[in-house]
Design a binder for this molecule. Sequence first.
Ligand code: FAD
Length: 423
Amino acid sequence: MRLCYNPRVKDWDVIVVGAGAAGLMAAIASAERGAHALALDSQTKIGAKILVAGGGRCNVTNEYVHPSCFNSGSERFVDRVLHAFNVEETHRFFERIGVPLKLEKTGKYFPVANSGKAVLTALLEALSSAGGELRTGMKVEDIRPEGALWRVRTQEGSYSARSVVVCTGGLALPKSGSNGAGYPWAQTLGHTLVPTTPALSPLFAEPPVHAQLSGVTLPVRLQLREKNETLASFTGSFLFTHTGYSGPAALNLSRHVVRQRWTHPEAQVYARFAPEIEDGQERVFWQNLVKTHARKTTSNALSTLLPHRLAEMMAAEAAAGRTPLGKLNRETQERLRELTLDQRLPVSGIGGYRFAEATAGGVALDDLEPATMQSRLRPGLFFAGEILDVDGWLGGYNCQWAWSSGAVAGRSAARAALKATTE
Ligand SMILES: Cc1cc2nc3c(=O)[nH]c(=O)nc-3n(C[C@H](O)[C@H](O)[C@H](O)COP(=O)(O)OP(=O)(O)OC[C@H]3O[C@@H](n4cnc5c(N)ncnc54)[C@H](O)[C@@H]3O)c2cc1C
């Protein structure tokens, strides 16, 4: 018997819990496949993260999307999902719903309208045009199987559906409504939870030795190392802040700082302020610098490479004074070379979820089927988005994961529900 929506018994084909990026995409995909789809969200004003993403412009995706740009329990799993709804399809989808995208020099794609609001409005319109429904201010308290259906309990009453897609997000930016509500549901239903930590969060320095450089930005290579083992490495833009370090390289490294220190407690962060210098080329590079700028003061010589304030601070730290670079003793030169190419930063920790743009860890991928995002343990239960053990680099990757996993889960949830109702 085909289950149709009946306002009295509140039965649906697909219920999507959480109407953020992944949930809206899942609900649209379900409704466009002909399912009677309902999205429920605890917030009265939804889409907070879509609105704040990319500084309000929403960095929708990236020119280069590859599974290696994501941290997860399985690169193969992520690859499958990204293939099933890839960047080209993402472009076509947004074009179709009236949000053409443009590529910026950084490789990031933004809406031509430069507006996260345009993205949210278009997603809501697409859901409505496909016949899907959204109910806001509906905090889901529990989901559980009941016979062939899933019972979704809210403070306002219960709903039933053949398929349920959990898209409640992670823990980042809790004021947006994402407070990890979906994790205990998944665990109760037998799913493994990979421990969570903030990701894409600023690094804190203790003591904040570089506070006076707050606002200075430059390209850098950051490495997290323990002894001679490199645990993580990112090259990109870097920003000194009054409490530590930020910018893409620092944000990308942050989740590794916390998680690697679980097993590598001595791991430290090192900065190469001339990131173009390859390993093994340090001495040659320094000799050339000294030769070229032998008669300049250290700060003036380093200023040819680095922002002047940073150059001055390094010169002071090495006690180089006004002595010309070429006249400094070997020890001072070694110290300057180290400060320029391998400076240890006093990173004490990272910002909490309030500062984070994503959540590392989450519902383990092992218990899901990558072709459908369906639970291997609980038929009819699907997951998508940040709730999963997947976190991407800065640059549109987390949104892309939300679009791809949301589309795959939504389509599959609809297929499963419609198949069940015709059986
Ligand atoms: C400041 C900031 C900037 C960012 N910028 C970018 C960017 O430019 N590009 C990019 O790719 N990524 C960016 N991200 C990350 C990206 O926005 C998220 O990874 C993505 O939006 C996650 O989507 P989601 O749908 O999985 O989760 P969320 O967006 O967190 O949505 C989860 C939804 O579930 C709802 N919910 C939770 N619990 C319940 C419950 N019990 N009942 C009902 N509903 C519930 C929440 O209200 C919320 O609406 C940014 C994140 C932040 C915080």
